[in-house]
Design a protein around this ligand. Structure first.
Ligand code: PLP
Length: 418
């Protein structure tokens, strides 16, 4: 498979200038749009005149010029025909799945996914007779065995939250094609690093709250897919985004448009630092999960899927064994070392630290957490890029040495009490 080049694709995308020749695009903030000829209105409603081709806008919940600019950049980045922005990652995921599934339909999903998505599939959708079977997504035979005549969707994250399990997108895609099922991939953890659509995914969803925006100052999402699917989401009569209305504000779209050009630089630095930190912890013989390490069970798989030059992503996890010790590590890292901030989310310029079992994965029941390998002592580290890497490595070494009682020299230390 030819590797995708997201930066080249973004460079080739149509550049949008501001109304007065501004190097930044204009923010088009109108809720509704006027026409000169009254006969244009029914043509817009019936879809004869379209926003993109004919410049005919109707109403900003339907399409907005500024939000559409961001959609075009995202489509270029992902290698899809089109993309639709939404008010949050959750709305992008919920609307996509509700567009694909009706009452009585079935979803096969990875058991290692964002807590909110897990709750949507396990708790809310069953109330509408849409049922989900959760499987270990790394076992293709388990995915196939879970499929039935009503299965419409296979749903996975590229790098599963928070254990960083890697989904084999090309293999899942060929299984899905064979069974006429849609493969939906949440690529929130790995923009630029992996391009799921060129690898065979039908639909790519994002929380742009994380890496893509990168400033932790807004909530946003996106659906990237072929034009037909994006058109269905916006259909005036049946479109799930159109009718449930999780509309992106054009001011939010503008902010993300202005940050997208440095996403490649940011991803490279997030990844470079995450790898260095994961290597340090491995050297200190502390249990660390990072798919960029040769010791990670799906390292080779991820290596075969990544786009060149963006590394293996900016997130790793340290297993402290117990929640108590995880909280101790968080305390030392934030309050003594100033290494990062105790907060959920990821993709910020400062490092964000969270104990997954008690936060972003807390919607997943405890027994289920253990079964999917989510230790109660797992600390997720979403690596930032402030400060020098050298100083950050020293802070991490000191904190981990204290909490684990390892020396980190000669690799001879053993975790205290394990
Ligand atoms: C945060 C997150 C979501 C939800 O996105 P919001 O923008 O908070 O609605 C979905 N999937 C993953 C992997 C996430 O990290």
């Amino acid at each position: 498979m030819k590797p995708y080049k997201p930066e080249m694709a973004m460079m080739a995308a149509r550049r949008e200038f501001g109304e007065h020749g501004g190097v930044a695009p204009s923010i088009s903030r109108s809720a509704t749009f006027t026409v000169i000829d009254p006969r244009t209105v029914p043509e817009i409603f019936s879809g004869i005149k379209k926003p993109d081709q004919d410049g005919c806008f109707l109403y900003s919940r339907h399409f907005n010029p500024t939000v559409s600019v961001l959609g075009r950049y995202l489509a270029a980045m992902e290698g899809t025909e089109a993309a639709m922005c939404t008010a949050s990652g959750m709305s992008a995921i919920a609307c996509t799945l509700m567009q694909l599934c009706e009452s009585g339909d079935h979803i096969v999903a990875s058991d290692t996914i964002y807590g909110g998505t897990h709750a949507l599939l396990a708790e809310l959708f069953p109330r509408y007779q849409i049922h989900t079977t959760f499987v270990d997504i790394t076992r293709i035979e388990a995915v196939e065995a879970a499929m039935g005549p009503k299965t419409r969707v296979v749903y996975t994250e590229t790098l599963g939250n928070p254990t960083l399990k890697v989904a084999d997108i090309p293999s899942l895609a060929s299984l899905c094609r064979e069974r006429r099922v849609k493969l939906v991939v949440d690529n929130t953890f790995s923009p630029m690093v992996v391009s799921p659509a060129p690898l065979g995914a039908d639909i790519v969803v994002y929380s742009m709250t994380k890496f893509i925006n990168g400033a932790s100052d807004l909530i946003a999402g996106a659906v990237c897919a072929d034009s037909a699917f994006i058109g269905r989401l916006m259909d005036l009569h049946q479109g799930r985004v159109m009718l449930m209305g999780p509309t992106m504000d054009p001011r939010v779209a503008f902010d993300i448009i202005q940050r997208l050009p440095h996403l490649p630089l940011r991803m490279r630095e997030h990844s470079r630092r995450a790898l260095a930190m994961a290597q340090l912890l491995e050297e200190m013989q502390v249990p660390v999960l990072y798919p960029g390490l040769a010791s990670h069970p799906q390292h080779r798989l991820l290596k075969s899927m990544i786009n060149k030059r963006y590394g293996y992503g900016g997130i790793f996890a340290v297993d402290c064994g117990t929640l108590d010790r995880a909280e101790h590590l968080l305390d030392v890292l934030q309050n003594r070392e100033a290494f990062g901030l105790i907060a959920v989310s990821l993709g910020y310029f400062d490092t964000l630290l969270s104990a997954s079992s008690a936060s972003t994965a807390s919607e997943i029941p405890a027994g289920e957490q253990l079964r999917i390998g989510l230790s109660p002592g797992l600390v997720r580290v979403a690596v930032g890029y402030t400060g020098t890497l050298k100083a950050r490595l020293e802070q991490l070494r000191r904190a981990v040495s204290d909490v684990f009682g390892t020396t980190g020299t000669s690799g001879a230390g053993t975790p205290k009490g394990s």
